[in-house]
Design a protein around this ligand. Structure first.
Ligand code: GLA
Length: 389
């Protein structure tokens, strides 16, 4: 969890922006909420390396130097992240690290003292130069990071090329699974839908990175913004705020600081993502569940353009025990919503809106409910009779 300046500022960055941002992260309560990384993105460097091949920070943007900036960020209790590229150039045309991996790792971690590297995928060398394939291209920096004496978070920014979710965990702690997020519902729907197929790749050892949290940059309704944050958090993506904090609204701040949603993202016991459970052709899926240290999490996503009631049978989720009833906690209204027996209906979910629930076992269900199975398909009495349906 942290901050990344790219979505709100692109190349319009300088040291004042990062210090102001770090101060706002504290004064707005975001640091206390768990956002502990301040990450630079592209465009911090000069276009040319020095004569000895080193990357240098742009002195017009960072007049006090990078080490001074990370010292100040660290002194405020944050970790600091830097950006690089596995090819010849970064995506905005600054020096990439290909064939400079060890030298750049030295600059980033020993000289500048950063704690995290986001490593991008632009300006890829020809096959007859690289000869190692795309995994090998990232392996070079992973090897350089392995030689650093302290732990460094390696965040692969490979946009899902070469099925990075199958091998990313061997090299780093997170991997971008999809292209750059846009501040609108179709972009969110695309990212959620794509990641719905690869939820198994995420766990404590590494995370599907669904890209920055794109709140407050225009293009999303309040309900869409809640859906965005809920999906990213419950699918266990990194949560990197991409908002101009000097202009943040109370609505966006309230979403980013939802403690009950963050608690699922940061669950110290269960590392898995939620996954879709109801088989249908919804795009993206509407019904999701997953395990957590405190109960079963449900996410209901109204992908329709109109208000809808959303219902499901509890035991469609594999985390629910048959024959039991469950207390229902709403993670957005922060209220207890009674006890669910067999099924649950969320009334009037707004278009592109979300409901996030935590269900806890509350004992046996009442006797004598009929049909004998709430999910009737193949429900059989011991005498062989089909029951219900
Ligand atoms: C790529 C990445 C973005 C951002 C830009 C910077 O597009 O996916 O997240 O880092 O490069 O140029």
């Amino acid at each position: 969890m942290g901050y990344n300046a790219w979505n709100a500022f692109q190349c319009n960055i300088n040291e004042d922006l990062f210090l102001t941002t770090a101060n706002l992260m504290v004064s707005l309560g975001l640091k206390d909420a768990g956002y502990h990384y301040i990450n630079l993105d592209d465009c911090y460097a000069l276009k040319n390396r020095t004569s000895s091949g080193a990357i240098v920070e742009d002195p017009a943007k960072f007049p006090s130097g990078m080490r001074s900036l990370t010292d100040k960020i660290h002194a405020m209790g944050f970790k600091a992240g830097i950006y690089g590229d596995s090819g010849w150039y970064t995506c905005a045309g600054y020096p990439g690290s290909f064939q400079h991996e060890a030298q750049d790792a030295h600059t980033f971690f020993d000289e500048w003292n950063f704690d995290l590297l986001k490593f991008d995928n632009c300006a890829i060398p020809y096959d007859d130069i690289i000869r190692q394939g795309i995994i090998g291209k990232y392996q070079r920096m992973a090897d350089a990071i392995a030689k650093v004496a302290r732990p460094i978070v390696f965040s692969l920014c490979e946009w899902g090329w070469s099925q990075v979710w199958l091998w990313g965990a061997k090299l780093g702690q997170s991997w971008r699974t999809t292209g750059d997020i846009g501040p609108d519902w179709p972009s969110l729907a695309n990212i959620i839908n794509f990641n719905a197929f690869i939820t198994q790749a995420t766990n404590f050892y590494g995370r599907n990175d669904m890209d920055m949290v794109q709140l407050g940059n225009g293009g999303l309704t309040y309900d869409e913004a809640k859906s965005h944050f809920t999906a990213w958090a419950l699918m266990k993506s990194p949560l990197l705020i991409g908002t101009n904090l000097s202009a943040i609204t109370n609505d966006v701040l309230g979403i980013l600081k939802n403690k009950e949603i963050i608690a699922i993202n940061q669950d110290p016991v269960v590392g898995e993502s939620i996954s879709p459970f109801s088989i249908s052709s919804d795009y993206p899926p509407q019904y999701w569940s997953g395990d957590s240290q405190n109960g079963t999490v449900f996410m209901l996503l109204n992908t329709l353009n109109e208000t809808a009631d959303m219902s499901f049978n509890l035991t469609e989720s594999p985390w629910i025990r048959a024959g039991r009833k469950y207390s229902v906690r709403d993670l957005w209204t922060h209220t207890e919503n009674g006890t669910a027996v067999r099924n649950f209906t969320a009334k009037a979910v707004p278009p592109h809106g979300v409901v996030a629930l935590l269900l806890k076992d509350a004992g046996d269900e009442p006797d004598g409910l009929y049909p004998a199975c709430s999910v009737w398909y193949q429900c059989i009495d011991k005498n062989g009779t089909h029951v219900g349906g």
